[in-house]
Design a protein around this ligand. Structure first.
Ligand SMILES: *[C@@H]1O[C@H](CO)[C@@H](O)[C@H](O)[C@H]1NC(C)=O
Length: 401
């Protein structure tokens, strides 16, 4: 009896210390954020337990929970909302009801979720897309894409290209009353990765006649070749998105091979021939002083793992790896970064590279921002930081699109 109680007590203590993350002082609504983090870490813990005892996979458990948050399309007095497909890519369209004398602006929105989870059906993305349509009097296309690990890279990118080639045709734009010169691509987190990769592609693709006016990247992930940049170090145990989880999701995006996450944890997952790419993610030159702080740069350790995965060197998965010549073609770009975000430095380095090349960049940094904040702006959390980020993004979009 005494022994069992002791074991239970020890288990509780180690579990609480596992899920407990100190939340930085300047984050508002501390209790909500701590509750969010505790729930996320408990779910992760349960998912990993179920995976280890062979009941279900980690990603199946997490998607089951995220699915509870999906909502049906619902029209209101301002917008008609419908679920349909472009070619075979599922989309949710938000079409303003008011008559318009002139063609409308359009926004293609790509949801985040580590390439493994999520949909435009999630409450927060549905809210954001509806809000965009109403505030901007714009046509909004929320797109889904095939998810990992059933579908590895580049399925997600290919779905995006299929959708863009379909939507950017004259007949289709005319059908929805869209102005071909005022189209944006936006995305958050892994949706930001896709938005950046797709924008790089459509700007040079001769098959796409209408180009994108601007891209908006909200706390995007933009590279996987260095898994130990300063924001990874500082947010290793960050709110919701920890380094372990990020590595697990990124690995599932590419392969089922367990050797990748193991090598990535040591930051030794890249082959020798990837050396020339490291100048594109050299945070010792690309990060402003303020973020570099006292972190010490060390040269990449290459060729330490037995396998080589070409996809890890592909700019469609890591838009930061595009050459200067490719980046020069980019349209006006909005980058939003959060201080307490594992992916922070990806956005900062992309903004630096684009600025150095003379691409027009608007960068906003949120000092008390956390990764994924937009996903928590609706009920039950109604997180203020998410609503604030939404307002920053929408204000910029309205002015510039
Ligand atoms: C990164 O930049 C530093 C200078 O700050 C330089 O010494 C180093 O060789 C660079 N490394 C790579 C891989 O580009």
């Amino acid at each position: 009896m005494g022994f069992k109680t002791l074991c239970l007590g020890l288990f509780c203590i180690s579990f609480l210390s596992y899920i407990y993350t100190p939340v930085p002082d300047n984050i508002e609504e501390t209790w909500k954020v701590m509750a969010l983090d505790a729930v996320a870490k408990t779910c992760t813990f349960m998912a990993l337990c179920l995976e280890n005892i062979g009941i279900m996979r980690y990603e199946d458990f997490i998607s089951m929970i995220i699915r509870l948050d999906y909502i049906q399309p619902l029209s209101d007095e301002y917008v008609t909302v419908i679920d349909t497909a472009f070619v075979d890519i599922p989309v949710r369209l938000y079409l303003p009801k008011r008559k318009s004398e002139i063609p409308r602006r359009a926004v293609i929105y790509i949801h985040g979720g580590g390439f493994c989870f999520g949909s435009f059906k999630q409450r927060a993305f549905d809210f954001l897309n509806r809000w965009t349509a109403e505030r901007l009097d714009a046509v909004v296309v929320g797109m889904d894409y095939r998810l990992a690990p059933e579908h590895h890279f580049p399925a997600q990118f290919e779905d995006g290209i299929t959708l863009l080639k379909f939507f950017l045709q004259d007949e289709i734009l005319a059908k929805y009353g869209v102005d071909p010169t005022r189209i944006a691509i936006s995305g958050d987190s892994s949706g930001g990765t896709l938005a950046a990769a797709l924008t790089q592609q459509v700007q040079i693709d001769p098959e796409v006649r209408h180009k994108i006016k601007l891209q908006a990247l909200l706390y995007p992930g933009l590279q996987v070749i260095d898994s130990y940049v300063p924001s990874h170090r500082e947010n290793e145990h960050g709110v919701v998105l920890t380094r372990d989880i990020a590595i697990k999701l990124v690995s599932l995006f590419f392969t089922k091979d367990e050797a990748l996450p193991r090598a990535m944890r040591r930051n030794q997952h890249m082959p020798l021939e990837s050396r020339p790419l490291f100048k594109f993610v050299n945070w010792s030159t690309l990060l402003p002083d303020k973020y570099r702080k006292n972190h010490v740069y060390s040269e990449p350790m290459l060729g330490r793992s037995a396998y080589s995965l070409p996809a890890l060197m592909d700019s469609r998965a890591s838009p930061l790896l595009a050459s200067d010549a490719q980046l020069q073609n980019l349209p006006l770009t909005y980058v939003l970064t959060c201080q307490y975000d594992l992916l922070r430095d990806d956005g900062l380095m992309y903004a630096s590279r684009l600025q150095n090349l003379g691409v027009q960049v608007a960068h906003e940094h949120v000092e008390d921002g956390i990764h994924g904040a937009l996903s928590y702006m609706t009920s039950p959390l109604n997180l203020r930081i998410g609503l604030r980020i939404k307002d920053m993004y929408i204000t910029w979009l309205d002015k510039n699109l």
